[in-house]
Design a protein around this ligand. Structure first.
Ligand code: C2O
Ligand code: CU
Length: 463
């Protein structure tokens, strides 16, 4: 059966390896893209939008002719999209209708520790919790997801994830595609048994060989001949993505994890490790009416993970005009006063995943950091053999990526980041400054199976 306990070892999975021979996928590009519905506030005050959501089990149609049991915010897979406004408060009342604890984390949110969704702070079954988000941060593509102690990998895999978009105040909005031309795309892989049910095995990255876009395999999406903003999130537990449009057409990269870049950057491909986001603008006016444009994951190893989705190009409609030359502010944390090393490694024999040689202890503070002080972190991936990818995500702040293996980074990695990939046997250097709130924040590998198996630690931000 599925292994879900923390600390599961790889051999536990072998018995399951043959289970999914007969999964029926739909014909590629035969079904329309599902765009998660936008959550509607139950109440709006002068300063605040109030929402209510229920964390529950549900059955949704992912594969043809069958229902798949999932966990969903409001029973949706992925959850409803929350659209917040910069500077305007959001309160979400999360009801837990599961038979187990749940915790909701706003990934990328600059949120005080008590609303950050710490695993030590669960919502008990049948109870609710009000999460308060001030949205005092640059407009950006964030997401919310479960963070239960040693269980986040399984609960997020089973569906507890949704988009949380912070839009700019209307008077300040740059001239970017909006409304139905602004589409969030959550890309993640999954494994199904022959009855179409999700199979979760800890560290089962090889088994999860069907890629889903907003919860459905290989959809098509009808677009008009104009510009679109696509908000790409790698919502996979473990899979790295390398995205590229058919025949290498150009994209404009406009935003990273934490918000708009100073200017649009042309690119032909983008790489995303788990939890990273990038906003791109694609101009479909370049294609003839009736064209089919495939989005590829060039890191995929089979059709189900290589061909992500297909855009069907329709007729021309009025566009929003040229992209602005200037988008967000330049993000520079200045000179660092403190230098640290952070080491990511695996103890394969014991199935443990470590930061600085230690497995996660919810009662331990692993480092103390002065609020407002810039630090330089050199983050090492010590797993050369067996080669294992990792990344690093920080709660409670955004950071600046300086270099990877001694070389400057480019593209979306030059912007505000909260997650960065750490190459096998190599390192990445980041500048970090926690300048918002005092208290305890997690940092961890966002290959969520690694995090659930212990590759997680805590920083305390002090005065
Ligand atoms: Cu997206 Cu600690 O998580
Ligand atoms: Cu990892």
């Amino acid at each position: 059966g599925a292994v879900s306990a923390a600390g599961a070892t790889i051999p536990d999975l072998v018995a399951e390896r043959h289970a999914d021979a007969a999964v029926a996928r739909p014909k590629p590009f035969s079904r329309p893209l599902y765009v998660p519905k936008t959550a509607v506030p139950v109440h709006r005050s002068k300063t605040t939008d109030f929402y209510e959501m229920t964390i529950r089990e549900a059955a949704v149609q992912i594969l043809p002719g069958r229902k798949t049991r999932v966990l969903g915010y409001d029973g949706m897979f992925p959850g409803p999209t929350v659209r917040a406004r910069a500077g305007r408060r959001v309160v979400i009342r999360q009801w837990n209708r599961l038979r187990r604890d749940a915790v909701v984390h706003l990934h990328g949110g600059l949120v005080p520790p008590e609303h950050d969704g710490h695993p030590a702070d669960p919502i008990a079954p049948g109870r609710y919790r009000d999460y308060v988000y001030a949205n005092r941060q640059p407009p950006a593509t964030l997401w919310y997801h479960d963070h239960s102690h040693h269980k986040e990998a399984e609960l997020v895999y089973r569906g507890l994830a949704g988009f949380y978009l912070i839009d700019d105040r209307p008077e300040r909005c740059p001239n970017l595609p909006s409304g139905r031309y602004d589409i969030p795309l959550m890309l993640r892989d999954a494994r199904f048994d022959k009855h179409g049910q999700l199979v979760f095995g800890m560290d089962d990255d090889n088994g999860r060989n069907i890629l889903l876009v907003n919860g459905r395999p290989q959809p098509y999406f009808k677009v008009c001949r104009r510009k679109y903003r696509l908000r790409l999130l790698n919502g996979s537990n473990m899979r790295h993505l390398a995205l590229r449009l058919g025949n290498g057409a150009e994209l404009a990269v406009i935003a990273s994890d934490g918000g708009l870049l100073p200017e649009p950057l042309p690119a032909t491909s983008v790489r995303l490790s788990p939890a990273e986001r990038v906003d791109v603008v694609v101009d479909f006016a370049r294609y003839r009416e009736g064209s089919r444009v495939v989005l590829y994951n060039t890191a995929g190893s089979s059709d189900a993970t290589r061909r992500v989705m297909c855009f069907h190009v329709g007729e021309r409609v009025p566009d929003c005009g040229e992209l602005p030359d200037e988008l967000g502010d330049k993000f520079d944390l200045g000179d660092a006063e403190v230098v640290r090393d952070v080491n990511l490694s695996t103890d394969a024999k014991r199935g443990r995943f470590l930061i600085d040689g230690k497995t996660f202890d919810i009662d331990r503070i692993d480092m103390r950091i002065r609020c407002g002080q810039t630090e330089l972190w050199r983050v090492h991936n010590r797993d050369r053999r067996p080669a294992t990818l990792h990344n690093l995500h920080l709660h409670g702040t955004h950071f600046q990526v300086v270099e990877r293996n001694g070389r400057r980074v480019s593209g979306h990695e030059t912007g505000r980041k909260d997650t960065v990939s750490v190459p096998i046997g190599g390192n990445v250097t980041i500048k970090v400054c926690y300048d918002r709130h005092l208290g305890r924040y997690l940092y961890h590998c966002h290959l969520l199976d690694h995090a659930s198996m212990g590759m997680m630690a805590q920083a305390e931000i002090i005065k």
